[in-house]
Design a protein. Sequence first.
Length: 386
Amino acid sequence: MKSEISMFSFPTRILFGDGALGKLSGEIERLEVKRPLIVTDKGIVQSGLAERAAGAAKPFPVVMFDGVDPNPTEDNVLSGLARYQEEQCDAIIGLGGGSSLDAAKAIRLCVTHPLPLEQYDDELNGAEKIGFNLPPMIAIATTSGTGSEVGRSTVIILKSTDRKTVIFSPNLIPTVAIADPELTVGLSPKLTAGTGLDALAHNIEAYLSKGYHPMCDAIALGGVRRSVRYLSAAVRDGRNMEARREMMMASMMGAVAFQKGLGVVHSLSHPLSSVAHLHHGTTNGVLLPHVMEFNRLTSEARLRDLALAMDLEVWKMPADEAASAAIERVQKLLQEIGSPNRLGALGITREMIPVLAKKAMEDACHRLNPRPCTEADMVELYERAL
C-alpha cells in the first residue's frame, strides 16, 4: 500500500550566536537592499535595541516604524504599509518579539498582495493566494518565544473577524533570521517566563499534533528538552548566556516544529489575547497542563516521549504513569518560574467563557489536535483552568 505524499518545508538562512546583530549590514548588502523599513514597537525603541539595530545597519539608511501593538492588529499593518510606501522602502527588517515580527511579515505581504488580509486566512486556504513575489525581509528576534523569525505564519487581529487570524505560507518565511541571544538579556523575568512558555507550548503541541512529520517530531522533542532544562535558569538570571542561548534555540525549534501543526492550547489562548488582551505565552502556560490531560486519551505514548525529553526517569513506568509525570513536570515548571497557573489570576471570569469558547472553535489550530474537541470541550477546558 502506497503512503500519502507529504510536503516538508524547513527554514531559511539563520545567523545564530552572541553578537550576530553585527552581521546586519553585511546581510543588507548581500540582499542588495537600499532603504529598509524597521518594523518594531515602542518598547523596543525605549530599550535602545532599535537604535542598536539602526547602528548595525550602517552605512545603509533605515526608516523606523514603531507602531506595533502587543497583539498586532490590521490597523498596525496598514499603518506600516503606508510608511513603507511613503518612504519608498525596498525591504523590511522585523525587530522584536513575535508581535513585531508577525506585523513585519504581514506588512511584507501587503506590499505585493493587495487583497484584504482576511482573504489570506489559513482557515480559508489563503496560502493558495500568497506568491513568491515578496520584498526581502530580515527578522531579528529580541525574545525567545514565538520563533517567528524562522516561522512561516503571521497572526494578526483582523477587523472582519475580530479574532487572531492565522495567515500561513512557506513564502512568509523571512529571507534571513538573525538570532542574537545578547538581545534577550534585558528581558524582565516575567517576560522571559511568558515567552519561554510559548516556546515550550509550541514544541509540545507540535509533537502531539496530528500528521506525519518525523523530522518535526525530533526537533520538537529537542525543543522540549532545552525549554525544561534552561527556562528556570534564564528567569532566575537574565545574564546567564548559556540559558539565553538554549532558550533562543528552543524558540526557533518550536517554530520549525509547529509547521506540522499546533492544537487546542493555541485555539484557547488566541481569544484570551484578542478578547482579554492577555500575554499569549503566559496563557499558553496556564492552559498547557490541562490540554495535555485532555489529550491523554489519544496520546499517552507520546506524552511518555515528552516525559523522557524532560529528563524524567520514566523508562520503566507504564505509559499512563509516564504521561502523568510529564504533566506534573509542566505544572512544577510554572511554579519554578513564578508564572500564573490559573486564568482567574489573570482576570478571566466564568461569565467570559461562552464568548471565549465560541472564538476558540473558530480558531483553526484545534483541527490538528490529536483528540477532536467540541465547543463544550472548550468550555470545560477554560473552566478547568479557572
